[in-house]
Design a protein around this ligand. Structure first.
Ligand code: KMH
Ligand code: ZN
Length: 288
């Protein structure tokens, strides 16, 4: 595993599971998502993992809406824009693949089917291969989402049969504590580490009350962090999360205590193998 003197912080502000009516602080409009993204970048986030909502606040993969949100976040921030291809458990595969048409910098790619509470989050091999190869062809960097140890065996098989991702660097997010997936414990995180591909980096996300133990375990193992209201709605026992910025601020603080302060957005692009955003390319080329 590659080591890093800084910490890549990803914010997952919205997700597809919580209803705005139940969680009023959840950012769902374009304006709310942009404001959250801006606040979180100022506090140390370098990547935003986006699920899009429609005008009625429901999860959507509608192409025009997805493009609108990507453009708005790019306009307002320097964050690496990572779209979810996981969507909601009810989303059809073709709509999940079509998310790539919005040309994000990066996209999530889940490496296997997993029980998801009462639902099933379906990710068969053919979908995994299709997402991987389409991202290679389109120059989109995948973040490999691992909900269980066996997903890392699938990653090894995927890279062996279909080659490295665009940019050449393999970055994995261990999504822990989902009911049906691996538990959010130090032991489970440690069990994953020997199975990471050579040279890969990893982040970890602890869902719900596993957020803090997973954060501490990840930092202790040289890993990176994902936080946000997609995964965590309670800041402390009995205390609802105020906003995504609160979660990013806590992650950045703990990363500083670990003497691995937050990674800048520019360093995150280099680290993940992401091309410079189109609107900055000429400036950099002209000034070099
Ligand atoms: N909403 C979950 C069913 C991803 O974004 O790639 C899937 C998910 C993973 O959140
Ligand atoms: Zn997600």
């Amino acid at each position: 595993m590659v080591s890093s003197t800084t910490t890549l912080i990803t914010v997952a502000p919205t997700g597809a599971e919580s209803a705005k009516a139940d969680v009023p602080a959840l950012p769902v409009t374009v304006e709310e998502v942009v404001a959250t993204a801006r606040d979180c970048q100022a506090l140390g986030a370098a990547v935003v993992h986006l699920h899009v909502r429609d005008a009625g606040t429901r999860p959507t993969l509608e192409p025009a809406r997805v493009r609108e949100v990507v453009a708005a976040v790019r306009e307002a921030t320097d964050l690496v824009v990572q779209l979810s291809t996981g969507g909601a458990v009810t989303d059809p595969f073709d709509a999940r693949l079509a998310v790539l048409d919005a040309e994000p910098d990066a996209a999530s790619l889940t490496l296997g089917t997993v029980n998801f509470g009462h639902d099933v989050f379906s990710n068969p091999w053919d979908l995994i291969v299709e997402l991987h190869t389409q991202m290679q062809q389109r120059g989109i960097v995948p973040e490999y989402e691992v909900f269980d140890l066996g997903h890392l065996a699938t990653l090894a098989r995927l890279l062996d049969r279909h080659g490295p991702p665009h940019g050449g660097h393999v970055h994995v997010d261990l999504v822990m504590g989902v009911p049906g997936g691996m538990p959010g414990t130090t032991q489970a995180l440690a069990a994953c580490l020997p199975h990471l591909p050579p040279g890969a980096s990893f982040a970890a996300t602890g869902v719900g009350r596993t957020s803090l133990p997973v954060m501490l375990a990840a930092l202790s193992a040289g890993g990176h962090l994902r936080v946000g209201m997609e995964d965590t709605l309670t800041y402390a026992p009995g205390e609802p999360v105020r906003d995504n910025a609160q979660l990013v601020a806590r992650a950045a603080g703990v990363a500083r205590i670990a003497q691995r302060p937050p990674m800048s957005t520019g360093d995150a692009r280099a680290f993940l193998g992401i091309d410079l955003p189109a609107h900055t390319r000429t400036t950099v080329e002209a000034s070099s």
